[in-house]
Design a protein around this ligand. Structure first.
Ligand code: KG4
Ligand code: ZN
Length: 352
């Protein structure tokens, strides 16, 4: 099955064509990062307007790149998929409406996709096809600017949420720290880069909290406290530290970044360890922008190895928001089951 996918949940306008789950025929991403950079975070109104301006050209480009010789490339796809949540309402609306319009005009099936499920599918893109039997049950970790969650998947369309952040997402924790330290936006890549300059023995020289969630903390049903995490205390600890010890040099800023990053990495890796120890999984998939983090990759690799479970990571080009993950998941039946998707609306807080 060949699917055109559309993604516009946050600050990337993206379209892609994917065949049979993993074969990416095209993947076009327009990143709005420079538009939001002056504000140190995503401004929803700017994001939505930019999606509207770009979406048609991005979809056309993805279709043309996938089928350069076709007179009408849209004829070549079997279905149209788009993110319907979670994300920013006014951003989601642009991609979802574009997909609805194309489906109405062509009579092709419309497939709604959960953005977080798609992040977990991103590990299959441009990889040799594997049988679904070899992947599931799967432990999934989605770490992005908006989410940090551990899920158990029994199939590409069956997910159970086991743990999540109770406040800030991991990417948000990186972004807020970078803003506080005057390092710009987005914060994850710059903290990752700056922290690399710090010698190993200095990387844990400041003890930051690791976001433990108390066993009796009230949580939605089905969530396990040991797999949940809180990053807001970490941010406060950083603020307190910097007020007491204003960094006097670049090396000092780097040492703070390294210790802060270690705290996030340790928090996530410890929970991965618990999840792998207490469950039976054939694979461990990690997706989302924060999965680009070098130290996180190292730490998760070590945990997965200890439990003899293969760690699946996405190619760097599919870690951040992209439409190939939307099209890929939809092409293997991982879209949301919908009787009449043309009547569906977006859901900014769509649960995992
Ligand atoms: O998945 P994504 O592109 O968008 C969301 O759905 O949120 O993730 C963006 C997040 C940002 O918070 C960014 O700072 C973080 O991913 N990020 C990183 C790295 N690269 C991007 N965090 C840590 N280390 C990185 N190398
Ligand atoms: Zn995302």
């Amino acid at each position: 099955m060949t699917v055109l996918g559309i993604e516009s949940s946050c600050d990337e306008t993206a379209a892609a064509v994917v065949r049979d789950g993993s074969q990416v025929l095209s993947s076009v991403i327009y990143s709005q990062v420079p538009l939001h950079q002056p504000y140190g975070g995503v401004v929803p109104e700017i994001a939505s307007r930019s999606h509207i301006e770009k979406i048609r050209a991005i979809i056309s480009q993805a279709l043309k790149e996938a089928f350069p010789d076709a007179a009408n490339p849209l004829d070549e796809v079997d279905a149209i998929a788009a993110t319907c949540g979670p994300g920013l309402a006014a951003s989601l609306l642009v991609g979802w409406s574009a997909a609805k319009g194309l489906a109405l005009a062509t009579g092709k099936p419309l497939i709604p996709v959960n953005h977080m499920h798609a992040h977990l599918w991103s590990v299959q893109l441009d990889q040799p096809t594997v049988s679904v039997d070899a992947l599931y049950p799967q432990l999934g970790l989605a770490v992005s600017g908006g989410h940090t969650c551990f899920v158990e998947a029994s199939a590409p369309n069956a997910y159970h949420l086991m743990g999540q952040t109770i406040d800030d997402a991991a990417g948000e924790a990186f972004d807020k720290a970078a803003k506080l330290l005057g390092l710009g936006y987005p914060g994850g890549p710059v903290i990752d880069r700056v922290a690399r300059t710090v010698p190993q023995e200095l990387r844990r020289s400041i003890a930051f909290p690791q976001g433990k969630v108390a066993a009796d903390h009230p949580l939605p049903e089905g969530l396990r406290a040991e797999l949940c995490v809180s990053f807001s205390g970490l941010k406060t600890a950083l603020l307190t530290y910097v007020r007491k010890n204003p960094p006097q040099s670049e090396a000092e800023v780097a040492r703070i970044c390294a210790a802060y990053q270690e705290a996030i990495v340790d928090a996530v890796a410890k929970r991965a360890d618990v999840a792998l120890r207490t469950g039976q999984y054939k694979s461990f998939a990690v997706g989302g922008g924060v999965s680009l983090n070098g130290r996180l990759r190292e730490a998760l690799q070590a945990v997965a190895k200890r439990h003899h479970v293969p760690l699946l990571l996405a190619h760097a080009r599919y870690c951040g928001d992209n439409a190939a993950m939307i099209a890929g998941l939809a092409s293997v039946g991982g879209g949301l089951v919908a009787e009449d998707p043309l009547t569906w609306d977006i859901d900014p807080s769509l649960p995992v």
